[in-house]
Design a protein around this ligand. Structure first.
Ligand code: ZN
Length: 274
């Protein structure tokens, strides 16, 4: 059998460094003269590199945590100085060392970490929302006019804002989720050299339990739900006006996503009645 005929197997063994010295030398000589086999090995190598890249751990979770912690410390100092705005006070309470709630918060996060959400428990509305979030569709509005545009075309809501710097609202478009009017908001998250997209889908006219399922996480007197929708972590929340929120982000663990969502003004705003 010629080398050309067995190049499939040989290429894999070659790239996995499983050939003995003689075999390797013979193949290398052959590759010098046979363009077909050379091409085969090259494309196999490219594919292998893609797979390896995909298997690399998701980005810098420690970096994100360190940065969140830094921001929260700073926010807390500012809040203390400025007479404590309610949402900041809440976040500070939740995560600052020394606070009694820290233990509870740590327990919540451990719970999320050690028990990944059950995919079977994801509701159909959440599934549909996350499916929308992973599709790339053109935005209908971008930048600073996003808020006014949403109020005019969708519902009297404010886009969730994040206390964490480096999370910028890119824009929005209207959509529909499981028969409800909905708006998709896109945020750009920059952490160090990492850049990724965070999406929020706002779904109008949700029942209080309309986005339940996954794991219920109590944060203050609010209940968030952590889902795993076909491998994509998602956080859902329904406010007292029946506005549903579904957050999803590329490359984040459920815990990291939860930390980001809790760092938004959504919780504080909900407590003040929007
Ligand atoms: Zn060949």
């Amino acid at each position: 059998m010629s080398l050309c005929q067995s190049i499939d197997t040989l290429a894999m063994a070659f790239l996995d460094d499983e050939l003995v010295v003689e075999e390797r030398r013979e193949l290398e000589l052959h590759l010098l003269t046979c363009a077909t086999c050379r091409h085969h090995v090259d494309s196999e190598r490219a594919e292998l590199q893609l797979v390896r890249k995909a298997l690399v751990a998701p980005p810098a979770s420690d970096l994100l945590k360190a940065r969140l912690a830094g921001v929260l410390d700073r926010e807390d100092r500012d809040a203390a100085r400025a007479g404590r705005r309610r949402s900041l006070a809440f976040v500070g309470q939740w995560l600052l060392p020394g606070a009694a709630t820290l233990v509870a918060a740590a327990a919540i996060l451990m719970f999320v970490m050690v028990r990944p959400p059950d995919p079977a428990a994801v509701g159909s509305v959440t599934q549909d929302a996350v499916r929308q979030q992973t599709r790339s569709m053109p935005l209908e509005v971008q930048g600073a006019s996003t808020g006014p545009w949403l109020r005019e075309h969708f519902a009297p809501v404010e886009p969730p804002q994040f206390t964490e710097p480096g999370i910028d609202l890119v824009g929005a478009r209207l959509t529909s989720v499981a028969g409800h009017e909905a708006a998709l908001l896109k945020y750009r998250v920059s952490i160090g050299t990492n850049q990724f997209t965070l999406t929020a889908v706002l779904i109008d006219g949700m029942r209080r339990d309309g986005l339940s399922g996954g794991q219920a996480i109590k944060v203050g007197d609010r209940t968030l739900h952590v889902h795993n929708a076909n491998g994509t972590p998602a956080i859902t929340y329904v406010d007292e006006h029946g506005m549903g929120y579904t957050f999803a982000a590329e490359r984040l663990s459920p815990q990291e996503l939860l930390e980001l969502v809790v760092s938004s003004d959504l919780i504080g705003r909900a407590q003040q009645g929007r």
